[in-house]
Design a protein. Structure first.
Length: 345
């Protein structure tokens, strides 16, 4: 197993290199360059200024020459600046945008898994029942509705028509908890200060949760419907296999058969889906974050491509590629742990 893992890790290096070449080449084929925004936003920007900056940044060279310069810096941990935000691209992506995407995608993944797997199991055990038909119908709707349309409909119903939940963003503008230093200055610290500080945090926490409900519901819906269908189909394949009939003939309880024999084998195909869903949720969050104005990494990719901020786009897309390769490896390892018949040499 260790040899297999090391071999797979070594294979990731040339794969990432090839992906970086393709991504950089595709971004270079996009019309415009990073200086276009500066030229549009500054009426005094002359052609001489453009030529001078293009030479300074190497934009007047072929894309493959620029790629080697970028690769040499990236190998040293320097992914270049974000020309749109004026800070290093890696800092902008990993410190400002990624945490919010992890919160959104992590909650969506957890909710989808906790609902889809039990629902799929129950649907297979109650095949051809009203519950099974209802779940199948809901799943059909879930996989058919575009996520951006679902997001817009959720905002219309819960934010515009019923005014129950906020329409987007991370928190209500102007809502902010008092800092600990301010609380200490007012109360002198101690238990009363801690209590006052926690009491001031609750409105902010509840406000953040309220802003999360709609984007999490939209982002988890597609995965939930897909996983439920796969889990149901996988369970139906193992219900009448020989080892299940043998376990039932031995007198094992139905609960033990379902948990130890049926679910354990039926969940194997779902492992790959869940493992690949982590990076795909981050890339799929582009539409969700754009619709709900959620300032995460998905929206950062959209804005970077739109505004020709190539360094931010490269960091974001390469990070998602690495996640896909890593979680593919993790899926293979979990396969071997769950199913003792699988061994890697």
């Amino acid at each position: 197993m260790l040899t297999y893992i090391l071999r797979r890790l070594l294979q990731i290096i040339p794969t990432i290199f090839i992906i970086s070449v393709i991504v950089y080449g595709l971004l270079a084929l996009k019309p415009g360059d990073p200086l276009d925004e500066l030229r549009r936003g500054n009426p005094g920007f002359t052609s001489a200024d453009y030529e001078r900056l293009a030479q300074l940044y190497g934009l007047n060279q072929p894309w493959y020459v620029r790629y080697w310069y970028w690769l040499a810096r990236a190998a040293q941990g320097d992914f270049g600046p974000s020309r749109q935000h004026g800070i290093p691209a890696a800092q902008y992506v990993f410190y400002e945008r990624l945490p919010l995407t992890l919160i959104l995608s992590g909650l969506s993944l957890l909710i989808a898994f906790c609902i889809a797997i039990p629902t799929g199991v129950l649907s297979s055990l109650k095949q051809h029942s009203i519950f099974d038909y209802s779940v199948t119908f809901i799943n059909f709707i879930g996989v058919s509705i575009p996520i951006f349309w679902l997001g817009i409909m959720l905002m219309y119903l819960f934010s515009v028509k019923w005014n129950i939940l906020p329409a987007g963003s991370v928190q209500t503008a102007g809502l902010q908890a008092a800092s600990w230093n301010d609380v200490v200055a007012q109360t002198g610290g101690g238990l009363s200060g801690i209590g006052m500080y926690i009491q001031g945090l609750w409105p902010v926490i509840l406000d953040r949760i309220a802003h999360l409900i709609l984007p999490v519901a939209a982002l988890s819906s597609l995965q939930m419907a897909s996983w439920t269908r796969f889990m149901r189909s996988s369970m139906l394949e193992v219900l009448n296999l020989d080892y299940v009939r043998t376990a039932r003939a031995k007198g094992l309880s139905e609960r033990s058969i379902v948990l130890k024999h049926e679910i354990r084998n039926a969940i194997l195909p779902i492992i790959t889906l869940v493992a690949l869903a982590v990076p795909l949720l981050m890339s799929g969050a582009v539409l969700t974050e754009t619709v709900f104005n959620w300032p995460g990494m998905g929206r950062a990719i959209f804005e970077a491509v739109l505004n020709n901020d190539f360094n931010v786009a490269m960091v974001s897309l390469l990070f998602i590629s690495i996640l896909i390769l890593f979680f593919n490896l993790m899926a293979d390892i979990v396969y071997a742990l769950v199913d003792p018949r699988i061994r890697y040499e």
